[in-house]
Ligand binder design. Structure first.
Ligand code: KIV
Length: 275
């Protein structure tokens, strides 16, 4: 029987070269988001391959409706907390909305601030052809760049809805072309968000760099989920692609009400819990 491939047994540090090797070997890449020290430490100790300090922090940490309001300073704060916790996983940080679009010099400065002030390993930007100039300029400073195609949440006001992208021929062909352009520009990987599984499979087969899917089916090189969604800390967001591994929101509520009961009944602290 063939042994399942598992990077946890081979690699003590995940780099962009390791990710490339994993794609070649057909080993799946596991990625999750994290925004703070404690959670990032748990993920790293569990053997996650990649940690994404996503701009989804805008939603799950700050309570905004979209990813647009989060600032570069806030992303650097989250990223710095994560880098202090992680020793093995590759840490990728999103360039937030308004810090790279339409200006490759500004994109470079934003990427440099993230790398210099947080100690992350790479940055991620959304878009295809329109961001190729920025990708090249950021790479010229030696900063690894990850692309992001399909449903790109920073463009939500253009899309108008969070439905599956690239279901029509023209948009699908543009996405394939964009993936090739990002690869040629030097991206080390691409996130494919909420697109049909067959299209994601086609892109994954055509490009040599790892493709990490979220709502993009199983024919990709790896998967990413938002940590708070997969742990059931957030409860309202329930797309079909989301597998919930826990119902932490209920568990936390149970623990907090038990604590409140104990405080109100004076059963906490007891004799052993005081000096
Ligand atoms: O910000 C984020 O969490 C992301 C993932 C959805 C891929 O970009």
């Amino acid at each position: 029987m063939q042994q399942a491939k598992d990077s946890r047994q081979y690699y003590t540090k995940i780099t962009t070269h390791v990710l490339q090797e994993m794609k070649l070997k057909g080993e799946k890449i596991a990625m999750l988001t994290a925004y703070d020290y404690s959670m990032a430490k748990i993920l790293d100790e569990s053997g996650i391959d990649m940690v994404l300090v996503g701009d989804s922090a805008s939603n799950v940490m700050a309570g905004h409706k979209t990813t647009l309001p989060i600032t570069l300073d806030e992303m650097i704060y989250h990223a710095s907390s994560v880098t202090r916790a992680v020793s093995r996983a590759l840490i990728v940080v999103d360039l937030p909305f308004g810090t790279y679009q339409g200006n490759s010099i500004e994109a470079l400065h934003s990427a440099i601030r993230i790398m210099k002030e947080s100690g992350a390993n790479a940055i991620k930007i959304e878009g295809g052809e329109e961001v190729v100039g920025s990708v090249k300029r950021i790479l010229s400073a030696g900063i690894p760049v990850m692309g992001h195609l399909g449903l790109t949440p920073q463009s939500i006001h253009k899309f108008g809805t969070y439905v599956v992208r690239a279901t029509e021929h023209d948009e699908a062909e543009k996405l394939v072309k964009d993936a090739h352009l990002l690869e040629e520009a030097g991206c080390f990987g691409i996130v494919l968000e909420k697109i049909p599984a067959d299209l994601a499979g086609r892109v994954t087969a055509e490009v040599k760099i790892p493709c990490i899917g979220i709502g993009a089916g199983s024919k990709v090189d790896g998967q990413v989920l938002v940590l708070h969604d997969m742990l059931g800390i957030t409860t309202k967001f329930s797309p079909r692609f989301l597998r919930r591994y826990h119902n932490l929101s209920e568990e936390i509520k149970g623990s907090v009400s038990a604590y409140i009961d104990d405080v109100k009944s004076s059963s906490f602290p007891n004799e052993r819990e005081q000096y």
